[in-house]
Design a protein around this ligand. Structure first.
Ligand code: ADP
Length: 470
């Protein structure tokens, strides 16, 4: 930043010096020549001799020029000298038989141009006062050619230049100091906060997620640090989640594996010859294997849902059709194990959702209700039609869930501390339900009274239906 500012200041100064010194004189001369050329044009517009005299006088006095108009033989027609004895043209006419005027005219003819400007040498005039000559020709009534000679004094700009030079030295000093101060200020406001953000980011990259991106200065830098803080929080959440996941998974895998191994050893060493015991031990091994495969399937299912590997394929479907199909799966439980799992539906309705995923939701919720149901072994699945949505409730009369545990049961790997021992649970069922319903944007929830049972519910959208307020 400092370098750029200094470079910028240097460029400005170089430009200033160039224009003030190198080009000043030629610029000044160019301006003079332009003035003289304009004056000559004004004179050449005056067609008659009397008008010519007035015009020449006016122009000479207005611009402090000496003006001479001659015929083609350099005989003076009009002459106006505002420079007195300093005028080269005036002196030439008075004392030199127009010799200098002749030479100027010849120069114009030799050059082949319509006008020329000449800087007289010291031989031609006074050394002290610099002069510029401008010569041009004009047609006079298509017969004669007149020559216009204009003399202007060129102010010596050395003195002015010296003043400017001194000023420029001051300007240079001030400009460099200013550039220095502004850079210091800017670096404090921009560069320093960015450098400190970089230092924090390096710390963060090393795995120290507790660092906070602090910033001062411009609002853009503050925004950047806010964004970094947000990103940091997300990364640390993900890292926390990953750690939890690994810990949970390894714990959950280890327990059934240990049980399987020890029961297998027992069969080998002790109960191999005792059919009754062996059956019991094999039953445990089978149960634990089921738990393991449920767990692995659940983890796979959940990670697919979370990584959006599994995209939604919403299709319209009949609620009655779907639920009677699901109910059919539980017929065996009803008939053989004394369960009373039944469906109470409003009028049939069509909903739009990913059918496979909704199937999974119903399956998980009904399975939970079966696992945690009360002694009446009753599970009621209800369909209630609302405006633009269908509400499905899964109700059981089990022990219910404590109020303070309710906010956690949809968390992954969460199992209530007093969850039934004989239930082969993974703590993933409800988190899969949650992911699926969140993906659909369907409202869901649970209400439970301890000792009386629980009601899990969710609401599916009907085609072109309004969303439920809930
Ligand atoms: P899992 O059933 O495999 O333990 P879930 O995610 O399905 O895992 O459920 C999480 C916890 O919520 C369960 O451990 C249980 O304590 C509680 N829960 C779920 N459904 C019910 C229910 N119908 N009645 C009582 N508790 C339930």
């Amino acid at each position: 930043m400092w370098m750029s500012f200094m470079l910028f200041a240097t460029i400005i100064l170089v430009l200033l010096w160039l224009f003030q010194f190198v080009f000043l004189e030629s610029y000044y001369e160019t301006m003079k020549i332009r003035d003289m050329s304009r004056a000559a044009q004004q004179i050449s517009k005056k067609a008659d001799y009397s008008g010519l005299g007035v015009a020449v006088r006016k122009i000479a006095f207005d611009n402090s020029f000496s003006v001479v108009v001659t015929d083609s033989q350099c005989n003076v027609i009009v002459a106006e000298n505002t420079m007195g004895s300093y005028s080269i043209l005036g002196n030439d006419i008075s004392y030199n038989y127009n010799r200098y005027i002749y030479s100027l005219r010849n120069k114009l003819i030799d050059s082949g141009k319509s006008s020329i400007s000449v800087k007289p040498t010291s031989r031609d005039g006074d050394d002290e006062i610099q002069k510029m000559m401008f010569v041009t020709s004009m047609d006079y009534e298509n017969k004669d050619v007149l020559y216009i000679f204009i003399e202007a004094s060129v102010e010596p700009i050395d003195a002015t230049a010296t003043i400017i030079k001194q000023q420029l030295i001051y300007i240079t000093i001030i400009l460099f100091e200013l550039a220095f101060i502004i850079t210091m200020f800017l670096s404090k406001r921009i560069a320093q906060p960015i450098a400190s953000l970089t230092a924090t980011a390096e710390e963060f990259a090393k795995g120290n997620y507790s660092v906070k991106f602090e910033s001062s200065g411009y609002s853009e830098v503050k925004q950047l640090s806010d964004v970094l803080n947000n990103a940091g929080e997300e990364i640390s959440k993900v890292s926390e989640l990953r750690r939890e996941l690994v810990a949970n998974v390894s714990h959950d895998l280890r327990t059934p594996l240990t049980i399987i191994k020890s029961y297998a050893e027992m069969i080998r060493d002790i109960s191999g010859e005792n059919p009754k015991k062996r059956e019991e031990h094999l039953e445990v091994i089978i149960n634990e294997s089921d738990r393991l495969s449920n767990l692995v399937n659940g983890i796979l299912e959940l990670s697919k849902l979370e990584s959006s590997e599994r995209e939604l394929v919403p299709k319209p479907f009949s609620v009655h059709e779907k639920l009677s199909e699901v109910m059919a799966r539980y017929r065996l439980l009803n008939e053989n194990e004394g369960y009373n799992i039944h469906f109470e539906g409003d009028e049939d309705a069509v909903c739009v959702a990913d059918i496979q995923m909704i199937d999974q939701v119903l399956y998980n919720l009904i399975n939970n209700a079966v696992n945690y149901c009360g002694d009446d072994k009753e599970v009621i699945v209800t369909q209630k039609n609302g405006e633009g949505f269908v509400r499905i409730e899964i109700c059981d009369h089990g022990s219910g869930i404590e109020e303070e545990l309710l906010p956690h049961i949809f968390d992954r790997y969460y199992r209530a501390p007093k969850a039934k021992r004989d239930v082969i649970g993974t703590g993933l069922g409800l988190s899969i339900v949650k992911e699926i319903l969140k993906k659909h944007g369907f409202p869901f929830g649970v209400s439970s009274v301890l000792g009386e049972g629980s009601v899990f519910w969710f609401e599916m959208k009907m085609p072109d239906g309004e969303d439920s307020e809930e």
